[in-house]
Design a protein around this ligand. Structure first.
Ligand SMILES: Nc1ncnc2c1ncn2[C@@H]1O[C@H](COP(=O)(O)OP(=O)(O)OP(=O)(O)O)[C@@H](O)[C@H]1O
Ligand SMILES: [Mg+2]
Length: 297
């Protein structure tokens, strides 16, 4: 079901982003660890891209570079044709970028959930009443009862709650570029469903969504293009359809096939005529709820 809140979004110009021949290393006192060398990628406006790769392959670093939280030592990062770290924190472009950290508590700095979620709104001159209304709407959208949570300290929340509150603090601004680092990690199945439903809606509205995740079920649902990172380079860049249907390729990267694929294969074995493509969970539900599905049993 469409949420009235998301339907009311007034979309601004889309954002295209680009990494041009970047090199990036973390530089500690006595150690330099190189993450990217001469690495390039382009994300089209409105694209829904999943980023996969083993631990330490540079997924979080990639998002931080795109958000302007890290700067490459060489090369360029361009968000709407500008370097993200040069954007004034409160400019139009900047407010259109929402980043969800892998560890949500790293992005909290307010005393209560309500202040945390409303922070960006306050900085854009939204009235106190509007701020409160908007915060509560978004918290409800994520399955919270706002009364029960708004006065809590964000630092006392469970990991799942913290992730949803961090997501709410981004959603209030209607960003048109979302950078999500493991958005469903630590969420229960209701939380993950709520998150997925929102991402579906945002996608339909043309939001560019770049999602880092190990969860092939999530990425199969919300991403059309998948990039697999390995040792600072792109090991795969193609459609979700290609990667997820190729079990050998997927297993080579250390991942399981999405459950929807296994379900589709099971239906096929039972005689259901299926196209040779990735089906969403909703499509499978629809197929199995049709009368012809009776024959399958
Ligand atoms: N602040 C830091 N200082 C030094 N090295 C770092 C720092 N953050 C990350 N690294 C190193 O950079 C490399 C890439 O890290 P990154 O966090 O981007 O990987 P990742 O793909 O997100 O991993 P994970 O799946 O564990 O989240 C790793 O080798 C990591 O140890
Ligand atoms: Mg990471």
């Amino acid at each position: 079901m469409e949420s009235p809140f998301l339907l009311s979004i007034d979309w601004e110009s889309p954002v295209q982003i680009e990494l041009k021949n970047i090199s990036f290393s973390y530089r500690g006192k006595d150690r330099v660890s190189e993450v990217f060398r001469d690495f390039s990628l382009v994300f089209a406006s409105g694209e829904a891209v999943g980023i996969m790769g083993r631990e330490g392959s540079g997924k979080s670093t990639l998002l931080q570079l795109l958000a302007g939280l890290q700067r490459p030592q060489q090369g360029e990062v361009l968000v709407a044709e500008k370097a993200p770290w040069e954007l004034d924190r409160w400019t139009e472009v900047r407010k259109n970028i929402g980043i969800l950290f892998q560890f949500p508590e790293q992005q909290f700095f307010q005393e209560t959930v309500e202040r945390e979620v409303g922070f960006s709104l306050r900085n854009h001159g939204v009235s106190r009443d509007q701020e409160r209304e908007r915060c509560w709407q978004v918290l409800r959208l994520l399955g919270f009862e706002p009364e029960a949570i708004v006065q809590k300290s964000p630092f006392t929340l469970s990991i799942g709650e913290a992730r949803k509150v961090a997501f709410a603090s981004i959603l209030v601004m209607n960003p048109n570029l979302l950078l999500l680092d493991e958005p469903t990690a630590g969420l229960d199945s209701h939380g993950a469903e709520a998150m997925m439903a929102i991402l579906h809606q945002l996608r339909r509205r043309g939001t560019t969504i770049i999602t880092v995740s190990h969860d092939t079920n999530l990425l199969a649902e919300i991403s059309s293009r998948i990039i697999v990172l390995a040792e600072g380079a792109t090991a795969f860049d193609g459609t979700a359809n290609t990667l997820f249907r190729d079990n050998n390729l997927l297993a080579g990267f250390g991942y399981d096939q999405p459950e929807t694929l296994r379900c589709a294969n099971l239906l096929r074995k039972k005689g259901k005529v299926m196209e040779d493509r990735l089906y969403s969970a909703d499509e499978l539900l629809f197929l199995t709820s049709q009368r012809s599905a009776g024959k399958l049993r």
